[in-house]
Design a protein around this ligand. Structure first.
Ligand code: ADP
Ligand code: ZN
Length: 622
């Protein structure tokens, strides 16, 4: 009688300790187990790894041999393989960090069929030596699956183009019949076409997931004192939690990392100007230690699959929505609540516009950049659901989410049309009178009727709009100016000391044909006090890890975390590879007395139960 083979669902629960598949995982896995090819587009944190790991396990048990995983990130292969070992899966990697002897050893195990998944860098896979080894497996029917991770690297449209990926099309020609899966979190059409063409996936079934990340809460605050706002945000919502703070320049990265450290937050800088071993050390600490805040330029982040990043903060405006979404997507990969927080102000708009104007690119390309910036500015200025706007940008339709700043605290809207017209006519009049353009500060002074030195010098108290906007605060006027610039109804002249000048778009506002709606500026940062849990739109709650635990359970949780830290150090692996925070929180809440109690906790598979069950009971009951 043929042995009964495990189903994908039984592998999910036995090996990985999870109850249910997420989204399209089950369909993708069935398709691959059945021998089909697939192209998988899933957002960061969607759970792509299991989509090839479970088919690899299932197909090996059915006698089909070994799966090869192409991965571009050598630095992370070690942790991925470590995580599989912890779950009791035979995995190995081949890359330039191994000594000759170690590599030879892996190759021996490969040919003997002792490995379920082999991770390798693309340049390794396409060497004649490795191809010959794959050929030998293939001829014996022992090549079970080829998975190509971060498949967008094959496209020159993406920012991660890796020429070695182009050579991977040969795998299809050499090993027909072996199921192949290409996976990526990059969604745009051009990249998708490139993947199909260059990886020869014309016949592959495409699995496109929604790009929504419901556990991420989007908040965009008006920039006042950005550093102070950031500090308050971290202190109120994310004490001792891991996060990433993105800044625009290296100098600002250094500065902010210092300020945060001075305030007792474990913050580290990361940017391309640091020595590569310093960068590596900071990245390792971020991955391995609990609660590190990485202050970084966008040089940081690609391939970082730390699941428990609880917030991603942008201190400066990113360039476009694609960048913003990719960066914020690094938060909350474990599915628990995470924050995407950004501070945004007039200066950001001015800077980004100027960077485009001054770039050496051709006019056509600049037009594309401006269009992308405009879409991001519209998101920042939006008074309705941020998620609806974001998903719309990616071609998805959604309803208000209940988990963004605008949904949670609908902003007070005030009609800024009158203020906008007064500002624009002041700009017009002072230029008419003096023959030169002026900056935002001066324009606001004139409108509010302040007799500053400059006003007297230029005799602007004689301008007919002088003092007619005295009822507006500077903050309100700043908001109006920001929106006028964001929507193109006003321009900043970088060639003339960032002074303001009217545009074609000004006329509609001046003539009262276009109204200007603004959010009432809120002086306190959004959200008071520490958040316990957040309501999703279906009344589902996403618990902030451990926040809902009783005092005793909190103690157990702390003890478990300390124990996990020791194990992780011993095994030279990040703590989350041993157990996720969510798993520890569940154990702490349950207060198990026996191994039976422990079984069934999400994240505890058979191997981990066997390896750690007794110790966990001792820590909990000790
Ligand atoms: P991606 O590569 O798509 O960004 P990962 O494969 O790293 O995502 O998965 C993100 C996290 O979600 C991981 O910590 C993983 O263990 C977890 N995960 C994936 N699938 C499931 C599932 N079905 N049930 C519970 N957790 C899951
Ligand atoms: Zn919303």
């Amino acid at each position: 009688m043929a042995p009964i083979l495990p189903t994908p669902l039984s592998i999910l629960s036995e090996v990985f300790g999870y109850e249910h598949f997420r989204g399209p995982q089950a369909d993708i896995i069935d398709h691959l187990v059945g021998g089909g090819d697939a192209l998988v587009l899933m957002p960061t944190g969607g759970g792509k790894s299991l989509c090839y790991q479970i088919p690899a396990i299932a197909r090996q048990q059915a006698g089909h041999g070994i799966a090869i995983v192409v991965s571009p990130l050598i630095a992370l292969m070690h942790d991925q393989v470590g995580a599989l070992h912890e779950a009791g899966v035979e995995a190995a990697f081949l890359n330039s960090t191994l000594s000759g002897e170690e590599a030879a050893n892996v190759e021996k195990r490969l040919l003997r069929g002792e490995i379920t998944l082999l991770y390798a860098a693309p340049e390794r896979i396409t060497t004649p030596r490795f191809l010959a080894q794959m050929q030998s497996l293939y001829e014996r029917g022992q090549l079970s699956l080829i998975a190509i991770d971060e498949a967008h690297c094959v496209s020159q449209w993406g920012h991660d183009f890796r020429p070695e990926y182009r050579a991977l099309s040969m795998l299809h020609e050499r090993f027909p019949g072996v199921p192949r899966v290409a996976l990526t979190a990059t969604a745009d059409g051009l990249t998708r076409e490139d993947m199909v063409q260059h990886l020869q996936l014309q016949e592959a079934r495409q699995f496109v997931s929604s790009f929504d990340r419901p556990n991420i809460r989007y908040t965009i605050v008006e920039k006042k004192d950005a550093t102070l706002q950031l500090l308050r945000f971290i202190e109120r919502e994310h004490t001792s939690e891991a996060g990433i703070v993105y800044c625009q320049s290296r100098k600002r990265v250094e500065e902010i990392a210092q300020i945060l450290s001075r305030e007792g937050i474990s913050a580290l800088p990361y940017h391309a100007g640091l020595d590569s071993d310093v960068r590596q050390r900071h990245q390792d600490r971020f991955l391995r230690e609990d609660g590190i805040v990485m202050v970084a330029t966008i040089a940081f982040g690609m391939g970082i699959d730390k699941p428990d990043v609880r917030f991603v903060a942008h201190l400066d405006l990113p360039k476009n929505i694609e960048g913003y979404y990719q960066e914020t997507g690094r938060g909350g990969r474990d599915g628990l609540a995470a924050d995407a927080w950004m501070s945004y102000g007039l200066q950001d708009v001015v800077n980004q516009r100027r960077m485009i104007d001054e770039s050496p690119a051709g006019e056509e390309f600049k037009q594309v950049l401006r269009g992308k910036l405009d879409a991001l500015l519209a998101l920042a200025e939006a008074t309705d659901c941020r998620r609806v706007r974001l998903l719309e940008y990616f071609g998805e339709h959604a309803t208000p989410c209940g988990n963004c700043d605008n949904c949670l605290q609908p902003p007070q809207i005030w009609d800024g049309t009158d203020a906008a017209r007064k500002l624009l006519s002041t700009i017009y009049r002072v230029e008419q009178q003096s023959g030169i353009t002026f900056g935002a500060g001066h324009i606001m002074d004139v409108l509010r009727g302040k007799t500053t030195e400059k006003v007297t010098q230029f005799r602007h108290e004689r301008v007919s709009t002088f003092g007619i906007g005295a009822e507006y605060s500077e903050a309100q006027l700043r908001g109006v100016l920001r929106q006028l610039i964001a929507t193109g109804a006003l321009a900043v002249d970088a060639q003339a000391y960032n002074t303001l000048k009217l545009t074609d778009g000004s006329r509609a506002v001046l003539k009262g044909e276009r109204s200007v709606e603004l959010r009432e500026s809120i002086s306190a940062p959004a959200g008071g006090g520490r958040r316990r849990s957040s309501g999703g739109k279906d009344g589902k709650t996403v618990p902030a890890v451990a926040a809902s635990l009783t005092a005793e359970a909190q103690q157990r949780f702390a003890a478990l975390k300390a124990w996990r830290g020791e194990v992780a150090r011993e095994h030279n692996l990040p703590a989350y590879v041993i157990f996720h925070d969510a798993t520890l929180a569940a154990i702490a809440a349950l207060a198990p007395k026996s191994l039976d109690d422990l079984q069934g906790v999400s994240g505890i598979g058979a191997k981990k139960l066997e390896a750690y069950g007794d110790e966990v009971l001792r820590v909990v009951n000790g």
